[in-house]
Design a protein around this ligand. Sequence first.
Ligand code: ZN
Length: 149
Amino acid sequence: MARLKILKFGEPTLRKTARPVEEITPRIKMLIDDMIETMRHAGGCGLAAPQVGVLRRIAVIEVEEGTVYELINPKIIMYSGEQHEQEGCLSNPGEYGYTKRPMHVTVRAMNRDGETYELTGEGLLARAICHECDHLDGKLYIDVETDRA
Ligand code: ZN
């Protein structure tokens, strides 16, 4: 496994739309492994492929230590409720801002074995799912509407 360089806010790649993964090749699996290592080393709870310069619809999330979710071609299929919390991003180290996010989110995605699964998250996990899915569309947390200053 290898640690990848995390792009910072201002890099044009972070504003681009990522392409779906059509086939889960060994290269894609290696990328996922590297993303997990990179996320952990940086002390984050989520990382999306565009943040490491790869415009593919892949994200990893680890809100609870030891439980890693791999999301390939994720799509949010349900959301409800509301939360206003501070959010940060590994591409914007040391900075935090309030965002308005749904309290509950269900996402449908593939794992590295190509199996489709659904993941429902609440609170921090719901935020992480939204945050990482946004990255795949070139959207950053600083774009997200907030009711607070
Ligand atoms: Zn981020």
